[in-house]
Design a protein around this ligand. Structure first.
Ligand code: NAP
Ligand code: FE
Length: 368
């Protein structure tokens, strides 16, 4: 087997992982900023557990809870200033992928005042080691816990990632119970995100044997749950939640190796311009991705469908029904947008390659 893998994140997974491992926080200092979004950390119970753990260890904390979906560089920049003034030694990010990604960026802003305005995070080199980050997720989809990527929305409203070794968490405390409070719509969208990560990675030009093993594991866990979500239109039980959470971590490990391919890149258009949640926005392009897989990587793609015990027609129907994306397509708006995809690396890694013209045709086919 040939592979190349380095993931310097310590992941501790299990029931009561936060309170039972409270001693770990002490490794990082005496003061921390908890970074979260409007309601996830409260509804999931994660915030209560984090407070208990910090209080048990006599660690002083502040809370920044203004992170929105598709986190903005401006909010992360502001939180970085707050963390610096507070004298935070470390950052805890809790919630879905949005606050987790935000926490990684905030750790960079806090330690690097030379990044003196929000979007300079994309261009100014990170000179000082970011604050250590502890991540405690409440959704099952992004796998942000294990990736060195932070997807931010810049000051012009575009989703753009920062990545590299400065964006790894130090520790992940993974307790699936925090995902139990996700509403059905968030459960569906995040599970679709995990399916996209695993599938995009599997057929990517950058995949290797190990990353494909992660994808296969993720797909075997997530697919039956997606079928069940479509059939029952009800939230999963606790065992199913467990499987969805595991799937999201395995799929995260897969994209950590390969990055995503065109469904993600094109999906950003639907989120930025039409407010479609991330997982559903990417998933609507996934059947076309698999179709191209069947053409350019037929054996591998057939293996993928076999793992799901399905055929292409059923795969397409299931994914499109769950994604359920309807938009009023403005052709001028799309035309203006195309320049963003001129040199998209993620396009090249897709089976058979992909171009901005292909993206335009696909969007028109799906939404006209
Ligand atoms: P999210 O944007 O963090 O949250 C979506 C919604 O779910 C919010 O309304 C949130 O509520 C709610 N929510 C989250 N957990 C909940 C819980 N346990 N109970 C009740 N409500 C809950 O969702 P996400 O899909 O996990 O993250 C998407 C972001 O991650 C996107 O920006 C995407 O680009 C990024 N992403 C990053 C990576 C990576 O490798 N770094 C990979 C894929 C995607 P509140 O806002 O009220 O708290
Ligand atoms: Fe994603």
């Amino acid at each position: 087997m040939s592979f190349n893998l380095e993931i310097p994140v310590r992941v501790i997974s299990g029931e009561n992982a936060v309170v039972d491992n409270a001693f770990i926080f002490k490794e990082f200092g005496r003061k921390c900023l908890i970074v979260t979004s409007g309601s996830a950390a409260v509804k999931s119970g994660a915030l209560d557990d984090i407070k208990t753990a910090l209080e048990n260890e006599k660690i002083e904390y502040g809370i920044f809870d203004s992170i929105t979906e598709n986190p903005k560089t401006s909010d992360c920049f502001e939180a970085g200033e707050i963390a610096r003034r507070f004298g935070a030694d470390f950052i805890i990010g809790t919630g879905g992928g949005s606050p987790l990604d935000a926490a990684k960026a905030i750790a960079v802003y806090t330690a690097n005042p030379k990044i003196s305005s929000p979007d300079l995070i994309y261009t100014i080199p990170v000179e000082n080691k970011p604050l250590p980050v502890v991540l405690i997720g409440t959704t099952a989809g992004t796998g942000s816990e294990v990736t060195c990527v932070s997807v931010l929305t810049n000051e012009t409203g575009k989703k753009k990632s920062v990545k590299g070794k400065n964006y790894y968490a130090a520790v992940v405390l993974a307790d699936c119970k925090y995902t139990y409070s996700m509403p059905f719509s968030v459960t569906v969208s995040t599970a679709l995100d995990a399916l996209c990560h695993a599938t995009e990675s599997y057929l990517s030009a950058k995949a290797d044997e190990r990353s494909r093993e992660y994808s296969e594991k993720a797909i075997s866990l997530v697919w039956n749950e997606l079928v069940s979500l479509l059939k029952t239109q009800k939230n999963p039980d606790e065992e199913q939640r467990d499987r969805l959470y595991d799937a999201s971590i395995y799929a995260g490990l897969a994209i950590e190796k390969t990055g995503c391919c065109f469904p993600h890149t094109v999906g950003y258009f639907l989120t930025e311009k039409h407010g479609i949640p991330h997982g559903r926005a990417c998933a609507v392009f996934l059947p076309e991705y698999v179709k191209r897989g069947l053409k350019f990587k037929p054996e591998m793609t057939s293996r993928l469908l076999k793992i799901m015990d399905t055929d292409f027609a059923d795969f397409e129907k299931t994914v499109l029904s769950l994604a359920d994306v309807k938009i009023n397509l403005d052709k001028n708006e799309l035309e203006n947008y195309l320049a963003n995809w001129e040199k998209a690396v993620n396009f090249d890694n897709s089976p058979g390659g992909f171009s901005k013209e292909d993206a335009k045709c696909l969007i028109e086919k799906l939404f006209e």
